[in-house]
Design a protein. Structure first.
Length: 133
């Protein structure tokens, strides 16, 4: 079983967003290894890009129960997501979900990522996550 820490501000925000969703909808947390180009979260060499979306669990997903909702992780993301911390921040310059994983090696300076922005509140297209930056 994988471990994901979801901090109280993120739990509160998920509860607000998931309230209008169908009962079997969960929050999908996924990760992609960075590349040498600039991804949506500014990823470079070694950066991991995280994303969040509303989705239904598939048979091969890992499921983590968190305070009344589920976080689902696909098999390809498990190694990068295990040990992740999900938080929600609101500042003057940005607001949204931030996903970090302190258990992963540090990316080089070009590969540092700012995390992930707000999940969309509509599941008609699977919800979504836009990146801050």
């Amino acid at each position: 079983m994988i471990h994901v820490e979801v901090r109280p501000p993120a739990i509160d925000q998920v509860h607000r967003l998931i309230a209008g969703q169908k009962p079997d909808v969960a929050v999908r947390l996924y990760a992609q290894p960075g590349s040498s180009g600039g991804g949506c979260c500014g990823g470079g060499s070694g950066a991991v890009q995280f994303g969040l979306a509303f989705a239904k669990a598939r048979p091969d997903d890992e499921v983590v129960r968190v305070d009344g909702f589920s976080i689902i992780v696909d098999p390809g993301s498990v190694k990068l997501v295990d040990g992740a911390v999900v938080d929600y921040v609101e500042t003057l310059s940005e607001s949204g979900f931030q996903v970090t994983n302190p258990t992963l090696p540090e990316p080089d300076d070009a590969g540092k990522s700012s995390g992930c922005g707000s999940c969309g509140s509509s599941s008609s297209n699977g919800g979504g996550c836009s990146c801050c930056g």
